[in-house]
Write a protein that binds this ligand. Structure first.
Ligand code: UT7
Length: 324
């Protein structure tokens, strides 16, 4: 018998304000044509003034709990992946705990930039498999608009705000890939690449968050290589071939990176969840937002085999194989 962490429900929150490529044309020297061609993005959502990462995380988590029919007292722990917390402390997860009156237990944030959701999922899965809780909220929430240099056309056009949440619940499995739940997680980082994507500030240096600075070409190059490598790791570890994957649920940074990963898997784009054209890059929120959308649309169904993968600042990267 193996304990598996099964996704019991998903939730999502997107701010109502849309920032289109046409809007950005009025702010920096860019064009809708360039943005669509180079990234696949057409619009992104931007949080309202005063709307925080915590507010979005709470909304997404509340929806997931309602859909699962769970109360606060059913939740053993909360892990929020974010790189844009409301405050240095307490964590965003603490705000979610208070708002949703969840149990006393492990409640904390993880920071692995755009890979954050995969990292948080892996941590929660390990808690559950170790028997340290049966029900976890795992959330990716970001207000990327608060750390953008709106004069830098290389980054201002890429990012958006939002939050996605899943509820992981312990279930007994047989220890095979036919089980429901998280089947494997794979986490990687290479600190030698810390200077190709970073923020210009931080609490212990400039005492503010700073803004995103990115060598896009370099990040792109590593994203294609590392995503291909990790996909091979996932297939080999689980002794499956790419043909068994029902859905690729990738981090939504750039349609060209996503298409590259799909090609590597020999998956048609009709088996890939794509939200980048409407959400932009929402960092740690992008995978749970994409998952929720595909589940709500009836595309992803119970029993489907999902491959999630992401890469972000660090560089960090990771993947998870999950049977929904
Ligand atoms: O989620 C975290 C991980 N992040 C990523 O995965 C992002 C990875 N990188 C990328 O997605 C792409 O590198 C970008 C979309 C950021 C940039 O695309 P690119 O094809 O690598 O363009 P580039 O940076 O090489 O720039 C090509 C040209 C340059 O002009 P010159 O030097 O050739 O004259 C840029 O100045 O495009 C110019 N450019 C723009 N033009 C219009 C850069 N940004 C813009 C813009 N509008 N917004």
């Amino acid at each position: 018998m193996t304990i598996r962490s099964v996704i019991a429900a998903c939730g999502a929150y997107l701010p109502s304000r849309r920032l289109t490529n046409a809007d950005l044309e009025k702010m920096v020297e860019t064009s809708d044509e360039w943005i669509v061609q180079r990234t696949g993005i057409r619009e992104r959502r931007i949080a309202a003034d005063g709307e925080s990462t915590g507010d979005m995380a709470i909304a997404a988590a509340r929806q997931a709990m309602e859909r699962a029919g769970l109360k606060g007292a059913d939740i053993d722990g909360i892990i929020v992946a974010t790189t844009t917390p409301d405050q240095s402390f307490p964590s965003v997860a603490i705000k979610v705990q208070q708002a949703l009156a969840t149990k006393i237990g492990p409640v904390f944030d993880v920071q692995a930039a755009c890979s954050g959701f995969i990292y948080a999922l892996a941590v929660a899965d390990n808690f559950i498999r170790a028997g340290q809780g049966k029900c976890f909220l795992v959330i990716g929430a970001e207000k990327m608009s608060s750390i953008l240099d709106w004069d830098d056309r290389g980054t201002a056009i890429l990012f958006g705000d939002g939050a996605g949440a899943v509820i992981l619940q312990a279930e007994e499995g047989k220890g095979t890939v036919a089980d429901s739940g998280v089947l494997s997680t794979h986490l990687c980082a290479n600190g030698n690449l810390k200077d190709i994507l970073y923020t210009s500030g931080g609490t212990s240096t400039t005492q503010d968050s700073g803004v995103i600075i990115m060598d896009g070409k370099e990040v792109f190059r590593y994203a294609v290589q590392y995503m291909a490598d990790i996909v091979s790791d996932v297939l080999a570890f689980n002794k499956i071939d790419a043909g068994q994957i029902d859905w690729l649920v990738p981090h939504q940074a750039n349609i060209r990176i996503i298409e590259g990963a799909a090609r590597k898997l020999n998956l048609g784009m009709d088996r890939v969840v794509v939200t980048v054209e409407r959400h932009g890059n929402t960092s740690a929120a992008s995978i749970p937002l994409a998952l929720e959308e595909a589940v709500s649309a009836g595309k992803i169904k119970k029993g489907d085999l999902l491959l999630m993968e992401a890469l972000g600042a660090g560089l960090t990267w990771g993947a998870a194989l999950v049977r929904f």
